[in-house]
Ligand binder design. Sequence first.
Ligand SMILES: Cc1cc2nc3c(=O)[nH]c(=O)nc-3n(C[C@H](O)[C@H](O)[C@H](O)COP(=O)(O)OP(=O)(O)OC[C@H]3O[C@@H](n4cnc5c(N)ncnc54)[C@H](O)[C@@H]3O)c2cc1C
Length: 297
Amino acid sequence: MTLNTHPALPAFEYIRPATLAEASNFLSLHPDTARPFLGGTDVFVRMRDGFMTPEFLVDVKNLDGTNELRFDPEAGLTIGAAVNMNRVAASPDVQVHYPLLAEACRSVASYQLRTRATIAGNICNASPAGDTIGACLVFGGALHIHGAAGSREEPLSTFFQGPGKTTLRPGDIVTAIHLPLPPKDCAGKYMKLGRNQLSDLSIVGVSALAYKDSTCSSGYRFRLALASVAPVPLMATEVEAYLANNPITLDAIHEAARLAMEACSPIDDVRGSARYRKQMVRNLSIKALTEVWKKLG
Ligand SMILES: Cc1cc2nc3c(=O)[nH]c(=O)nc-3n(C[C@H](O)[C@H](O)[C@H](O)COP(=O)(O)OP(=O)(O)OC[C@H]3O[C@@H](n4cnc5c(N)ncnc54)[C@H](O)[C@@H]3O)c2cc1C
């Protein structure tokens, strides 16, 4: 038996459409054989490893507006699909208004990889381990999508259908991610547990956001998203409800973290067992919730 230690990319045709309409049209005409790509950091690895063999790769990096990163003090942040993670993390607007997103971007692999990798690609890849997805979820993000039938906006909360599965249809191209204005004086924290500190997918990822909210009986709202512990990136809504309705104490945070652990349904894999993941969800949730609580003062 020969072991192929240097697998190569299978042959494919590179398509560079001039407009979004052209790209959508091509993708909808070749639903089983064409694939859009941005940084290619997921696509090329999956092709090299034989999990994906598209005949056509459609480059959607340079299409109308997909390179823009825009902050509007009323509308919030719009991140063009082709904007790479280093650009997001270095943006003064992101650092001031969405530091949790910058933190999540910086947790992904290495600086070199992040010059290619995009948040849109991270989202469309729909891995439950995607590090930037939790921040987009807790900020209440939505996707701008250009499809064969025109443009639409879709909330991220209903976008994920399973590992690698989303609501995208043939011809759909995500053009931007939109995050509304963050709640006033909110505090965020991303905690990632990987096998090493440098460049690994998360065994568990916890994104926490907290802010004062007079509509909750506790006076505070905590939003928690969990990575790598369910078939989809998970919003732990039980945590939000519990902490909205109970006075915030250390005991309440411990109970909320236990609820987060109960909400997840992880698998055993090479990076960690299901049991370990559950324990780590509880431990990291305690840390993340305590940290954002302290930041709120
Ligand atoms: C060495 C290495 C380390 C990594 N480490 C991490 C890590 O620590 N954390 C992490 O979360 N990820 C990690 N990844 C995974 C990867 O880098 C990220 O998921 C990245 O964000 C993908 O972005 P991209 O632009 O490269 O996507 P691409 O590879 O271009 O595309 C990803 C998927 O999205 C689809 N797609 C792309 N663009 C669009 C579009 N506009 N509309 C609709 N569908 C689209 C593609 O068809 C594909 O299925 C790592 C990858 C490598 C190779």
